[in-house]
Design a protein around this ligand. Structure first.
Ligand SMILES: [Zn+2]
Length: 175
C-alpha cells in the first residue's frame, strides 16, 4: 500500500462526516426547510440555474428553488432566508400559492400595525450596515414598485435566517 492511499483510508471516516460547524448549519437549514414545507412550500434543489441566480420562489407553484451555485459559493443559508421572505410576502397577500404577493411593509401599513415603520427601518438599516444599498438598488432597477419593495425586504433580511423564519411563521400561520 503506498503512503498516499494509506493516508486517504485513514482520513476517509472523517471526510465522510461534515465538520461540526457545517453540521450545525445543515441542521438549521433542515429545520428551516421543514418549517417551510409544513406551510405548503415545495423545496427543489436545482444543480444549474441561470448565471448569478442562487434561488427563487414562485408564488403560483409554491416551488422554492435552491441552486447548486448557492451551495458552491457557501450562500445556502442566505438564499433560504431570502426566499423565505418571498414566501411570507406570498402569505400576507392571501392564501399561499394563490398568485398574489405583497410587500410585508405594505400589508402592515394597511392593517395599521404599529410595527410597520419599525419593520421598514430595520430593512433599511440592515442594507446600510451591510453596505448593500447600492447593490440592492441597482439589481432592482426597473422593477415595479411592489416587486422592488419585495426584493429590498428580502435583501434586508437574507443575512438573518432566524428573523426570516419568524416572519414566515407570523405571515403563514399553520391551520
Ligand atoms: Zn428575491
Amino acid at each position: 500500500m503506498n503512503c498516499f492511499l494509506a493516508l486517504t483510508l485513514l482520513l476517509l471516516p472523517f471526510a465522510a462526516a461534515p465538520p461540526a460547524a457545517a453540521q450545525g448549519q445543515l441542521s438549521v437549514l433542515d429545520d428551516a426547510v421543514t418549517r417551510l414545507k409544513r406551510r405548503g412550500v415545495i423545496p427543489v434543489l436545482q444543480e444549474h440555474c441561470q448565471p448569478g441566480i442562487y434561488g427563487s420562489y414562485n408564488h403560483v407553484t409554491r416551488k422554492l428553488v435552491l441552486c447548486g451555485q448557492a451551495m458552491r459559493d457557501g450562500l445556502l443559508t442566505e438564499t433560504v432566508a431570502h426566499e423565505s421572505v418571498h414566501v411570507a410576502q406570498d402569505c400576507v397577500a392571501g392564501a399561499i400559492g394563490d398568485g398574489h404577493s405583497l410587500p410585508i411593509y405594505w400589508r402592515l401599513l394597511e392593517r395599521g400595525a404599529p410595527q410597520a415603520e419599525n419593520f421598514r427601518a430595520t430593512i433599511k438599516q440592515s442594507l446600510v450596515v451591510r453596505d448593500k444599498v447600492a447593490h440592492a438598488l441597482k439589481s432592482t432597477k426597473g422593477m415595479s414598485n411592489s416587486r422592488r419593495t419585495r426584493e429590498l425586504e428580502a435583501y434586508g433580511l437574507e443575512h438573518n435566517l432566524y428573523a426570516a423564519l419568524k416572519i414566515v411563521e407570523a405571515a403563514c400561520p399553520l391551520r
